[in-house]
Design a protein around this ligand. Structure first.
Ligand SMILES: [Zn+2]
Length: 300
């Protein structure tokens, strides 16, 4: 509305008889009005009214203004566990998932099962995530569901799908009956996209990828982490225009990350070292801009 008023104001100076000079004046007036319009755009309320999406804060403490919604079915993917309501994200994440799924279907004849992205307003998820707060994290299952490749799953079927680990029972090796080369190829496609900052996978899976794809630079984006043996977790960079989005520190290793960095995750017997305690995300302070987004009625 603010912009319309500015433009109307400018047009008021144009003489009644149209000619080239009048057109030029109009263009000059519109250009002159633009900086004012941009100032208005930076206003939080107006951004909200205009539906501009924005990730605010960090991956472990933040929210999303005007999140985008991932359709529950798409070309090469289906969203699972819809009852959790975690299929919202930054528009960049939504287009990333759509383009990755298309490639997986076309190049690998696969189908992705998409689990959690973020809640509609982002913010802390109280059960099993410390991140997923700003719509730039997405969990994608390794499992190539045999039925999902041929038809759309029902809502009930999707509700009961859980990630299936690709590791052996002792979690020390890849279970060759559950692992397939397509899993490595999917991670390669996922990590090769420039929008991706890093992908979390179990150290045992990273060790397998290091054997199959030694020296490939995309491997450097795959980061060993606890769990992540039934799904991989993609984290996108902050989109440039999201000025309140806090990027994570760059990955410190160079190359494929297959040397000492990966070895440091394992004990001598091949098991993964114990997890260090971290601060629960609910105890971290949310950015002040999140308050009206997450609690529009005032409760906080
Ligand atoms: Zn995750």
């Amino acid at each position: 509305m603010h912009i319309t008023l500015l433009f109307c104001f400018g047009i008021g100076f144009i003489p009644v008889n149209d000619n080239i000079i009048a057109d030029m004046r109009l263009i000059i007036l519109l250009i002159a009005a633009l900086p004012l319009a941009i100032i208005q755009y930076s206003d939080e309320t107006l951004a909200s009214e205009l539906g501009i999406s924005e990730s605010i804060g960090s991956y472990t403490s933040g929210c999303i203004r005007n999140s985008a919604t991932l359709s529950i079915d798409g070309d090469g993917y289906q969203v699972i566990r819809l009852g959790r309501g975690r299929y919202y994200g930054n528009p960049e994440t939504i287009t990333y998932i759509e383009s990755l799924s298309k490639k997986v279907k076309k190049e690998l004849n696969g189908t992705l099962l998409i689990a959690d992205i973020s809640q509609q307003t982002g913010g802390p998820i109280l059960d099993d995530h410390s991140s997923h707060q700003i719509g730039l994290d997405a969990d994608i299952l390794f499992w190539q569901h045999p039925i999902a490749r041929n038809r759309t799953l029902t809502i009930t079927e999707r509700e009961h799908i859980h990630p299936q680990s690709v590791l052996t029972f002792d979690e020390m090796r890849i279970d060759e009956f559950k692992w397939s080369p397509i899993h490595g190829e999917i991670i390669k496609l996922a990590a090769s996209d420039t929008r991706v900052d890093r992908i979390f996978i179990n150290p045992v899976i990273k060790r397998r990828l290091c054997r199959v794809y030694p020296g490939e630079l995309w491997l450097g984006k795959t980061r060993p982490w606890y769990g992540h043996d039934g799904h991989f977790h993609v984290r996108l960079r902050c989109p440039e225009e999201n000025s309140l989005c806090e990027s994570q520190k760059p990955i410190e290793i160079s190359g494929d990350g297959c040397g000492g960095d990966l070895d440091s995750w394992f004990r001598a017997d091949g098991s993964i070292k114990r997890k260090r305690k971290s601060v629960p995300s609910t105890q971290k302070r949310l950015p002040k801009e999140c308050k009206p987004i997450m609690y529009p009625l005032g409760e906080y």
